[in-house]
Write a protein that binds this ligand. Structure first.
Ligand SMILES: *[C@@H]1O[C@H](CO)[C@@H](O)[C@H](O)[C@H]1NC(C)=O
Ligand SMILES: *[C@@H]1O[C@H](CO)[C@@H](O)[C@H](O)[C@H]1NC(C)=O
Length: 274
């Protein structure tokens, strides 16, 4: 089975489990088996082996080039969404070097949290947010692969979470949001990580911005994050019709994060990177 069919299978069980009574409310970690849980653990533990991707699951293993090599300066971004709020990431095996890094970043309505590095075997990084990003940064020399797992637990959240995500892996591209024209919706969080599969330093330019306006962009906003020294640094926040200055992603990774609040929607934005 390829990863896509696994994810579809998982999506199916997701739907089945979501419709059933919530079995895991308020439990601290790794729940006791119940009939419904046994059913979904069998099918919701998914295996991901690609450089980056969207992982919607209760738990998963992410294994990339374990026992093999990874090219110098490689970047991969995985977006993890789980139905439960608490996520524990655990490093199982790793050939990564000191100059490489595997980072966990929580994503929420307020933006990206500071990133935590997962570097020693057995180490746990726990985040409390329904969505998170995993970022692989390889130094200027080839390295070896890794395997990690995550588990979600605790209560399910009513807080807003990521409503749209697109991982940009081509060397250059144009993005229009919303892609179908018309206005964006209320309560959106749209996440656009930029992590080209061929190492580079793309420059990000906005060419159109049409968002609800507010002096501090407290209602609807776009934030740009530029990867620097182990973190996603917020380098711009804007709204209304403000076109920000261009940003060069000197480390080859960045994120565009759009969010809207409960009212007043507009036609969105266009950006390009190359
Ligand atoms: C990581 O968490 C698991 C489950 O709670 C625990 O068994 C394990 O000892 C933890 N690892 C470390 C290094 O604390
Ligand atoms: C993006 O669109 C602009 C304007 O249409 C065009 O000039 C540019 O070549 C496009 N860039 C890419 C990377 O497709």
């Amino acid at each position: 089975m390829n990863p896509t069919s696994l994810i579809i299978l998982v999506a199916f069980f997701f739907a089945a489990v979501t419709a059933a009574p919530q079995p895991n409310q308020g439990r601290p970690d790794d729940p006791e088996p119940e009939l419904i849980f046994i059913t979904f653990i069998l099918y919701s533990y998914i295996f991901v082996t690609t450089c980056g991707g969207i992982v919607n699951a209760y738990s998963a293993s992410i294994e990339f080039q374990l026992g093999g090599s990874i090219r110098a300066d490689m970047r991969c971004v995985w977006i993890v969404q789980t139905p439960y709020f608490t996520k524990r990431f655990n490093l199982i095996a790793s050939g990564l070097k000191e100059t490489d890094g595997l980072y966990i970043t929580a994503v929420s309505i307020v933006g990206l949290s500071s990133s935590e590095k997962l570097s020693t075997i057995g180490q746990n990084v726990t985040v409390t947010s329904r969505s998170a990003m995993i970022t692989l940064i390889v130094g200027h020399a080839p390295t070896l692969g890794f395997k990690m797992e995550f588990y979600s637990s605790g209560g399910s959240s009513v807080a807003p979470y990521v409503t749209s995500y697109t991982i940009l892996t081509t060397a250059k591209g144009n993005v229009t949001y919303p892609s179908n024209g018309g206005n964006y919706g209320n309560y959106e969080i749209a996440l656009f990580p930029i992590a080209a599969s061929v190492p580079g330093q793309p420059t990000l330019r906005f060419t159109r911005v049409d968002l609800e306006s507010e002096p501090t962009c407290a209602y609807d906003s776009i934030k740009i994050y530029n990867w620097f020294d182990g973190n996603y640094l917020q380098v711009a926040i804007f709204c209304g019709n403000t076109i920000p200055t261009s940003v060069t992603l000197q480390d080859g990774v960045g994120v565009v994060l759009f969010k809207s609040d409960l009212s007043w929607t507009r036609t969105g934005f266009d950006f390009q990177y190359e």
